[in-house]
Design a protein. Structure first.
Length: 223
């Protein structure tokens, strides 16, 4: 883990790239913003950092509780992007591009520290890897479940195998396509579809004693 890195400073009123001056960036297509970033446009970089840094941190928190590791990997990611911007591939989804790069970097570091490896080797520890949290920012069912029912779904989600939890998070919480999920998880598209289907069936079985919750869940996500 690297320390004493140069921070990527967020914008402030005294900065020439004040948010009011990058408003026009927000109305552009993401592929154009990405190309501007690759060309060295500071406003495009600011847009990307402001819109996705917190999201990536929350995504990383599903893999590990080591906040310092998440912060280090996040800072590494943006520093790498800045250094290698001219050689980056094009993309129509900045969010997916960053998720894929950040996940690879974070998982590699977790494995390097043997944290994930130990968790997956021990049966009792396996259920603690990739814990799903239904936050106020990202809800599968917006406003239609009270706090008690949300906690119930969250608890039952975390009884699923780790890979099934992640598949559900990516598909329903983040709205990724099957092809994107397959690429993130390193599986075939057909396998990604099957994984999500198995995850939903398992979740439905786990929630079967709670008729009101499973009925609402069935109506909303079609299981």
């Amino acid at each position: 883990m690297l320390h004493q890195k140069k921070n990527i400073r967020p914008l402030g009123p005294g900065n020439s790239n004040h948010p009011a001056r990058i408003q026009e960036v927000r109305s552009e297509r993401e592929d154009l913003i990405w190309e501007r970033f690759k060309a060295g446009d500071q406003k495009a970089l600011t847009y990307i950092f402001q819109n996705y840094s917190n999201f990536l941190f929350n995504y990383g928190s599903q893999f590990t509780t080591d906040r310092n590791l998440i912060k280090d990997c996040l800072q590494d990611l943006f520093l790498d992007l800045i250094r290698q911007k001219k050689n980056l591939n094009s993309t129509t989804s900045i969010k997916f591009y960053l998720m894929r790069s950040f996940r690879n970097k974070l998982v590699a570091n977790i494995q390097k520290n043997q944290t994930r490896e130990k968790a997956e080797q021990a049966k009792t520890a396996e259920n603690k890897s990739f814990m799903v949290t239904i936050s106020s920012e990202v809800k599968m069912i917006n406003g239609q479940l009270d706090a008690e029912k949300q906690r119930l779904i969250e608890r039952k989600l975390n009884e699923l195998p780790p890979l099934q939890r992640e598949a559900i998070l990516l598909f329903f919480y983040e709205g990724l396509k099957y092809t994107e999920i397959a690429e993130l998880l390193g599986v075939k598209v057909k396998s990604a579809r099957a994984l999500i289907y198995r995850s939903l069936v398992s979740l439905k079985d786990l929630l079967s004693p709670y008729k009101g919750v499973i009925f609402l869940l069935t109506c909303l996500i079609g299981i």
